[in-house]
Design a protein around this ligand. Structure first.
Ligand SMILES: NC(=O)CC[C@H](N)C(=O)O
Length: 331
């Protein structure tokens, strides 16, 4: 278990760090005007485009919360990290890596073109839609609810409460799913899917429609930052090897075709979703103990106004600022 640096964890320091984060959230909230809500899933248009919030949950026990922290939003692509973890736990790491590669595509998350143009032997990574739908097809179970049960269970192990499906978003996504169906049919044709296409897609739309808060995301980030262990009691929630591979994928593929830029300017493993959430895992650092959160932390960000690549525009700028100020980069 990681030990906290005692003098970073005082009430005084917390107040002081809180003040900084509050100022930064106020500043970067203006940047929400530079982005737009996702429109291809109509229900996501109901979000407040100017919302911005962050939760930072330190392994030393300190939590900072600022901005719109109470909003519920759906996991969307962040669910791809969770289902990948669950599939690795259920089917084994080597089995999963035989079915899906670990290479960035450099293309949009819902790109279909590389599958045919590059004549790939398996989807390039589990975090674009083609790879994620393939991963979902490996989850054991007959119905979509059976397949999602271990996903809900893992999340419940992390939070101590069960998350719920957002039925309105699920219906909205299901009805507007032409691209994902096209990807699904292609995967079916080339033999990448392990189970029935309709059940696989239904499971995929449901995993994307699980409601979360940024407190939840910060908690997932914290567990991943701590190599899969609960920092409070050292209990294993996700096996270390799976937590590590997931962080690698977050860094190389987690922010879609902006992953290289995010690694360069922020330098933290992160996974975003089109509802505006970002899950980030900051592993413990060994170099400079004058910086906050040196023992690692999980971060959850919400800002539904998206930039061109489908990531929260203000969320990325806020994370970049915090990572620079507090030297959070893993490099
Ligand atoms: N980038 C995302 O968050 C994409 C998830 C969304 N449900 C989709 O499949 O299109």
């Amino acid at each position: 278990m990681v030990q906290g640096i005692a003098n970073w964890n005082t009430e005084e320091t917390q107040e002081w760090l809180q003040q900084y984060v509050d100022d930064w959230v106020t500043f970067y909230r203006k940047n929400t005007d530079d982005g737009e809500l996702a429109s291809y899933i109509p229900e996501l248009q109901k979000a407040d485009p100017n919302a911005l919030g962050i939760v930072i949950r330190g392994n030393n026990g300190m939590t900072l919360r600022s901005g719109d922290t109470g909003e519920q939003f759906t996991l969307q692509s962040i669910s791809k990290a969770i289902t990948f973890i669950v599939a690795c736990m259920e089917r084994g790491v080597s089995y999963m890596l035989n079915n899906v590669d670990v290479e960035p595509t450099g293309e949009a998350f819902n790109s279909i073109m590389h599958l045919e143009m590059k004549q790939v032997k398996k989807p390039l990574n589990p975090f674009n839609n083609a790879g994620a739908i393939t991963v979902t097809s490996t989850l054991p179970g007959t119905t979509s609810d059976e397949r999602l049960e271990p996903v809900f269970q893992l999340l419940e192990n992390m939070f101590g409460h069960r998350l719920k499906l957002n039925h309105a978003v699920y219906e909205s996504e299901r009805k507007s799913s032409t691209r994902n169906r096209a990807i699904g049919y292609y995967l079916l044709e080339v033999g990448f899917l392990e189970s029935d296409l309709d059940v696989t897609l239904e499971t995929y739309f449901k995993q994307c429609s699980i409601d979360v808060t940024i407190d939840d995301l910060a908690r997932i980030g914290q567990v991943l930052a701590n190599d899969g262990m609960d920092p409070k009691n050292g209990e294993e929630i996700v096996p270390r090897q799976i937590a590590r591979i997931t962080k690698v994928l977050m860094l190389t593929c987690g922010m879609y075709n902006a992953s290289g830029k995010f690694a360069t300017y922020v330098g933290i493993p992160a996974k975003s979703g089109v509802s505006g959430g970002i899950l980030a895992a900051v592993p413990p650092r060994v170099r400079d103990d004058t910086m906050p959160f040196i023992d690692g932390c999980g971060i959850g960000v919400y800002g539904p106004a998206l930039g061109e690549e489908g990531n929260s525009v203000a969320g990325i700028r806020l994370l970049r600022h915090i990572a620079t100020q507090w030297d959070l980069s893993i490099f």
